[in-house]
Design a binder for this molecule. Sequence first.
Ligand code: ASP
Length: 341
Amino acid sequence: MSQHLLTVDSLSRESVDHLLRVAARMEPIASRRQVTRVLEGAVLGNLFFEASTRTRVSFNAAFCRLGGSVCDTTGFTFSSMAKGESLYDTSRVMSGYCDAIVMRHPDQGSVAEFAAATNVPVINGGDGPGEHPSQALLDLYTIDKEFHRLGKSLSGAHILLTGDLKYGRTVHSLVKLLSLYDPLRITLASPPGLEMPSTLIDLVASRGHRIEQRESLANDFSDLDVVYATRIQKERFTDEMNESFQGLSDDFMVNRDFLDQRCNQSTIVMHPLPRDSRPGANDLNVDLNGDPRLAIFRQTDNGIPMRMAIFATLLQVDTLIEQQLRPARWFVPSQIGTLDR
Ligand code: ASP
């Protein structure tokens, strides 16, 4: 694995498999049965210049669960960037304070520019419509765990990616990551104008995968293994697009009817979250809450072991984890969410 995690392009199949294995070893710590101090004394700089709940908090929690501490800053308004500071200067300054940096920024390519000024590991927490590599890794880890539970294999699986495939950075990273594996069937369904960039489609096809595009979900998906729904990224729209876009039509509704009538009993539902629950958004429907096929909260939980694995690997303590384990002493509910199954 290279020094930074900026894009999925820097990951080989071997390095991804390594991260999946390290994440599995983090499970006892992530589920609060064991404690490690392997990153004791280390400091993470969490720089979020765009909205975030899951990514910021889970990177923070993952670093703390490894025994490190976190300095957090959010929004441009409270940073020196509001005074005109360059990414280069901010990067060099932060590197003097921190042992690893996670950064989210609205401009594509900005995190790579930031990383060019430092030898401290930098993780891309989302650069505009570009990439979100740690999300793709936790998504793959989720698919792997769910398939293991269901007795399925990734090889030959049918995966549907739907919603905003143009601006959705999580699907950009995920489709590239999946393309490192044995041939898959990938269906892309998005409203006109929000299709996945053709460079990505061509890349996936060139690696031997069967990739098809659809303009709605009105098809037979009875062999579907995963539906991965995404939010319409309205914050990335131009004014013109904002005026003409009326919201996602119900042709793209992922709800109980879609699963029951078009998919099968073992199709799992994923979403990077947040889902837009406002009327008319037609994002992933809440009528699936409590349905065991809805994997979205198992997916968010998986963010902790995977992000721990990323830190442990980049900071080269991945071989030390087992040596440092102690039992956790505080109370943890056996079921985290009230609707968990
Ligand atoms: N949380 C994801 C991201 O930051 C997905 C989204 O915002 O829709 O890309």
